[in-house]
Design a protein. Structure first.
Length: 354
């Protein structure tokens, strides 16, 4: 396809030009924003002063291309070969790249405000709206306060990622892996979380207004203060999830019938499986935790005054700063627990399990 035909097709609305050969083409000052040039060949082409905002150049070849003053804002440069390209005054703000993207020697895309899409990436406050990140690996990434509205995150790995206070309105997170992710305070209004894996995710204070959680796995997730009033919860797994009196569920929805645990004063939690659950700062005054499994649970600063922990398993639990005043710990397993850092006034103790 020659340049004239390309521009004619673009002008009438065609956008898919994947695999096209435009090597040595004169594309100076053209506007091909939002076009799809996946695996296209632009080697030795003149793209100087061209506008390629939001253009998909994934796996494209731009070796030795002239990109002087080219606008590549929010373009997808993942797996793109830009080796020996001329990038003088190029604008790659918010463009995506990964560890397989090849840039000319001496060019630092991070300094140029492009976004690295990879595990452990630092993407605080990143603007990734309308971006297709399907299948990407962003495990352990820092996406605090990121703008991911209407972003396609189908099948993405966000395991252990920090998405606190992120904007995810209308985001497509179908089949996403969000295990252990921090989504506290995030806005998931009308997000699609169908079949997403949210095991042990921190969803405290998260808004799920009109979100679709059909078939999602929220086992052992933290739902303190989450708003699920208008969320779709068909087939959603809540086994071992924790919620408090601020958590809002749909009318007539009974989370305890789905295996979730209410964490509140005087809660009845006989033999509850709370292994490795974060309960830091929780108010469990007078709660009945007889026989509960709290192995490796985080009880930092929790109020357990007058609680009944008879025969509970607290092996390796963190009770730093916890209030254990008048707490019944008879028969409790306390291996690996440092009680010297807790308030123990009038606690009932014996030596079993120590």
């Amino acid at each position: 396809m020659d340049v004239a035909t390309l521009l004619e097709k673009y002008a009438i609305g065609e956008r898919d030009f994947s695999g096209i050969d435009l090597s040595w083409a004169d594309l100076k000052q053209v506007d091909l924003s939002a076009a799809d040039f996946w695996e296209a060949d632009f080697s030795d082409a003149d793209l100087s002063q061209a506008t390629l905002t939001g253009t998909n150049l994934k796996a494209a070849r731009l070796t030795r291309a002239n990109l002087i003053e080219t606008t590549l804002i929010a373009a997808d440069l993942r797996s793109t070969d830009l080796s020996d390209a001329t990038l003088q005054d190029v604008n790659v703000q918010q463009a995506l790249y990964d560890r397989t993207t090849r840039f000319p020697a001496g060019f630092d895309p991070a300094i140029a405000s492009a976004y690295l899409i990879a595990p452990k990436s630092l993407l605080q406050h990143a603007i990734l709206t309308h971006t297709n990140l399907s299948g990407a690996d962003l495990s352990d990434a820092d996406l605090r306060h990121a703008n991911l509205q209407q972003t396609t995150l189908f099948g993405v790995s966000l395991r252990q990622a920090n998405l606190s206070a992120a904007a995810l309105h209308h985001a497509n997170l179908r089949d996403a892996d969000l295990q252990h992710a921090n989504l506290s305070g995030a806005d998931l209004t009308e997000a699609n979380l169908t079949e997403a894996n949210l095991q042990r995710a921190d969803l405290s204070g998260t808004s799920f207004t009109a979100a679709n959680l059909t078939g999602a796995n929220l086992c052992k997730a933290n739902l303190f203060g989450a708003d699920l009033r208008t969320a779709t919860l068909h087939g959603t797994t809540l086994q071992g999830a924790v919620y408090d009196n601020r958590t809002q569920f749909p009318i007539d929805y009974k989370p305890e019938e789905h295996g979730a645990y209410l964490i509140a004063p005087n809660a009845v939690l006989h033999y509850a499986d709370l292994r490795s659950v974060s309960l830091s700062g929780s108010d469990l005054t007078g709660a009945d935790l007889t026989g509960a499994n709290l192995t490796a649970a985080d009880l930092w600063g929790a109020n357990l005054a007058q609680a009944n922990l008879t025969d509970a398993n607290l092996t390796d639990a963190n009770v730093w700063g916890a209030d254990l005043t008048e707490t019944n710990l008879r028969g409790a397993t306390l291996a690996g627990v440092s009680l010297q850092v807790s308030a123990l006034s009038d606690a009932l103790l014996d030596t079993q399990g120590l």
